[in-house]
Design a protein around this ligand. Structure first.
Ligand SMILES: Nc1nc2c(c(=O)[nH]1)N[C@H]1C(S)=C(S)[C@@H](COP(=O)(O)OP(=O)(O)OC[C@H]3O[C@@H](n4cnc5c(=O)[nH]c(N)nc54)[C@H](O)[C@@H]3O)O[C@H]1N2
Ligand SMILES: Nc1nc2c(c(=O)[nH]1)N[C@H]1C(S)=C(S)[C@@H](COP(=O)(O)OP(=O)(O)OC[C@H]3O[C@@H](n4cnc5c(=O)[nH]c(N)nc54)[C@H](O)[C@@H]3O)O[C@H]1N2
Ligand code: SF4
Ligand SMILES: [Mo]
Length: 698
């Protein structure tokens, strides 16, 4: 028996694991008590790492699609030589004939959990500087990046809730008990919330659903989806009107708060109460308690990012943290200082430097909103996408109006996917390049230490040897880069192995660590709690935080317009479950067992009004499409709101995910709307979609 130490890479909590292997097989996975960040915590998904590794549906060699004369599709195993050469040649042909923008790129969420994808994608993409780049960012955390740029001068400057030392925590649109935290690496959040309450602190949750997190909170308030920006403005209004705003030591490095005070002057609690569905006195109470706390937090995630006012919400949240003096305060919001300092190591990011061809949507960091991918493939003209590269993503299930994209992908001349599975997206590829299993390569978390509540670092060796004739993601990028460069007469410079890059970055980093030191400590090293770092850590030219950001200030007018009138439609929101992970963890019996999770949660009052019985099949219709699924009656959802999880809809022809197909569900993104974006940021508004619900049970 051998024992292996490993950080779980499935979600942002990056829990330390202890994995026991006997005769080449995993016999036990448990939490690593010595991990200074996760302290032994794990969730049910960790054990599924074994299932993922052993999954018979996981591709072990490249495959190419072969279509028979009768239209039937078969996948043939091919050599790496053929797979890499064909991919590079076909991409080069499109590049040659139609220009670089004819190649589209979509990178999905697990790229950020796998360092080789981050350090090495440029080995290929340095040669394909296409304007048609997309990623899951624009269905997720895009507003956080923009706020980072606007206020702190860098797209990765994320203020992190210091939950272990706070007294008052105001949380909007996040459900960490299910998600284990986001833009907030906080393993064992349940215990931390309990500790907060034990020391007399308070957690207040604002969510249209009484979630698992709301259940634990000191207070929970329902809010009408999409109205949080008005609530946040009313909180600021109260802070300024009652003279409670006090930036404290931030005063010397902050300017422009007066402009915000002026902009929110008509957003009194009374003015927004009806729109948001909270009492005016409740809003005032929250503002007063947050101001009175010695250290407080205002934090918001998916529910306030992926909605019609996502950019404005995330900006207002940080303005509140500044106005209450809680930014850069212990027990408030602090910036992490990772050993591999990916903030110092990456560009600051830009916004709106070019726009998408068809709809004129703004780029962020050279990417345009994923909601525009289908139209960029189907709309003829110069710079139309004709070839597509996808890596670690499943946009057919994860981006708005995925059904439209599903159809659009068939029109491509060539598609290649870097992915271990034949799923709803990769089934459209001509070639699939499967990387090694996660446990066959080493692991260092470049992505998430910047979100973490404590500074720690760990490198972990592979649990299993790399099989003969297998390639890591980063090796695939290096090889594709070299071959594409050869076909297009460019000079290629393969990037050194990720380990070397990490070693260099660690040595250059703030703790002057190196790989050898970390290798001796497989449970990780503790670098201490987060500390105040401003103004030194600011990336703004004058080391100041300018709160009078023109773009979000101007967006307040759009909110005012939006507050007029109510269509009376039901509003659809999303949800997550601890045993699921976006679209790709439904192939494991131990995670999907139990009652079906892909249901429409609905309030009994709304059901009665429509003659819907419990467990009826209902059709849910939006502007974009319709899906049919079972309804689940619950008083835990606000009347007028319905909720459905994402990442389901696996029963499509050609998908090779046996267990997932048997628990297929339907995809909520068949009815989210590719035209419904936050006009400020370009982020998808997958929460707050107007829908009609009708029983289809006889
Ligand atoms: N188990 C599990 N864990 C995961 C994932 C997963 O799929 N499964 N995915 C990972 C990823 S990629 C991410 S980004 C994170 C996301 O992490 P979180 O943001 O914590 O996760 P969600 O469960 O989407 O929480 C969003 C909440 O917003 C609420 N909401 C919806 N609309 C509104 C609104 O208009 N206003 C307000 N105030 N609330 C609203 C929803 O009811 C929901 O409770 O989770 C990560 N962790
Ligand atoms: N309606 C609605 N839509 C949403 C959300 C929502 O809350 N509601 N959440 C959004 C969010 S937060 C996110 S992050 C996105 C996720 O959207 P995507 O990133 O597009 O989708 P995933 O489901 O994460 O797909 C992961 C893919 O990566 C592959 N993969 C896993 N590990 C590796 C690896 O190491 N290497 C390679 N090459 N491939 C790998 C898997 O096989 C799978 O195909 O979905 C978004 N979509
Ligand atoms: S919470 Fe679960 S999925 Fe997330 S890192 Fe920890 S064990 Fe892995
Ligand atoms: Mo995400």
């Amino acid at each position: 028996m051998t024992t292996h130490y490993r950080a779980c890479h499935l979600c942002e909590a990056i829990c330390g694991l202890k994995i026991e292997v006997e005769d080449g097989e995993i016999v036990d996975i448990r939490g690593d008590e010595n991990d200074p960040l996760s302290r032994g915590h794990i969730c049910p998904k960790a054990v599924a790492l074994k299932d993922l590794h052993e999954d018979p549906d996981r591709l072990r060699a490249p495959v190419k699609k072969v279509v028979a004369e009768d239209g039937s599709v078969d996948w043939h195993t091919i050599s790496w030589e053929e797979a890499l050469d064909t991919t590079a040649r076909r991409l080069a042909e499109v590049h040659e004939r139609n220009g670089v923008n004819a190649i589209g790129v979509y990178m999905g969420n697990p790229s950020v959990h796998n360092y080789g994808m981050m350090t090495h994608q440029s080995a290929l993409f340095a040669h394909i500087r296409t304007n048609n780049r997309f990623s899951a960012t624009s269905v997720d955390q895009l507003p956080h990046h923009l706020v980072g740029i606007w206020l702190f001068g860098h797209k990765l400057m994320f203020p992190i809730p210091d939950i272990d030392r706070t007294e008052y925590f105001l949380m909007l649109g996040a459900n960490p008990i299910a998600s284990n935290g986001s833009i907030w690496t906080v393993p064992d959040v349940r215990r931390r919330i309990k500790d907060l309450k034990k020391r007399g602190g308070k957690l207040v949750v604002i969510d249209p659903r009484r979630t698992e997190t709301a259940e634990l909170a000191s207070e929970h308030h329902f809010i009408r989806p999409g109205t949080d920006a008005a609530l946040l403005l009313a909180l600021l209004n109260t802070l300024f009107a009652e003279n409670l705003a006090n930036p404290g030591k931030l005063a010397d490095m902050v300017s422009g708060l007066d402009s915000v005070a002026e902009a929110c002057s008509d957003f009194t609690p009374e003015a927004v109460a009806g729109f948001c569905g909270l009492e005016a006195e409740t809003i005032r109470g929250i503002a007063r308690e947050l101001a009175a706390a010695g250290a407080g937090i205002c934090y918001g995630r998916m529910g306030v990012s992926t909605q019609a006012f996502g950019g404005l919400c995330q900006w207002l949240i940080q303005i509140i943290n500044i106005a209450t003096g809680n930014l850069d305060r212990e027990g408030g919001m602090l910036f992490a200082l990772p050993a591999f300092d990916n903030v110092a190591n990456t560009g600051r990011g830009g916004f709106g430097r070019h726009h998408s061809r068809v709809r004129g949507l703004p780029e962020f960091d050279r990417e345009i909103p994923a909601a525009a991918l289908a139209e960029e493939i189907t709309t003829p003209g110069e710079d139309q996408i004709r070839a597509l590269f996808t890596g670690a993503g499943n946009p057919v299930l994860s981006t708005p109006n995925g059904r439209q994209l599903d159809e659009a992908l068939d029109g491509l001349e060539f598609m290649v996917s870097l992915d271990p599975f034949i799923n709803e997206t990769t089934r459209h590829a001509d070639i699939i390049l499967p990387p090694t299993s996660p446990l066959e390569h080493d692991h260092y978390d470049i992505g998430f230490h910047v979100n973490a509540i404590r500074n720690t670092a760990r490198i972990n060796e592979p649990v299993f040897d790399k099989p003969e004739d297998a390639l890591h993601d980063w090796e695939i990028f290096n090889e594709l880069g070299r071959r594409f460069a050869a076909y297009t007469d460019k000079e290629s410079r393969p990037t050194p192995a990720p380990r070397e890059l990490i070693d260099m970055a660690l040595q250059a980093g703030p703790y002057e660590l190196d790989l050898a030191t970390l290798q001796d400590k497989p449970s990780g090293v503790d670098l201490g709690p987060l500390k105040p770092q401003l103004p030194e850590r600011l990336f703004t030219a004058d080391k100041m935080i300018h709160c009078d950001t023109p773009e979000p200030l101007a967006d307040i007018e759009r909110l005012r317009q939006g507050m007029q009138g109510d269509s009376g439609s039901l509003l659809l929101i999303g949800r997550r479950h601890v045993r699921s992970n976006n679209s790709w963890m439904h192939n494991y019996r131990r995670l999907v067992k139990g009652k079906p999770r892909c249901t429409l949660m609905m309030h009994p009052r709304d059901m009665a009004a429509r003659g819907i019985g419990n467990a009826d099949e209902v059709s849910v219709r939006s502007r974009a499409g319709v899906v049919t699924l079972p309804v689940e009656a619950t008083e835990d959802i606000m009347p007028g709101v319905v909720s459905m999880p994402h990442g389901y809809g696996h029963d499509r022809s050609g998908v090779r995910l046996e267990t997932a197909a048997a628990h297929a569900g339907v995809s909520v993104n068949d009815i989210t709307d590719e035209l419904a974006l936050d006009a400020l940021s370009g982020n998808a508004a997958v929460n707050g979609v107007p829908v009609e619900v009708v029983s289809v049970s006889a």
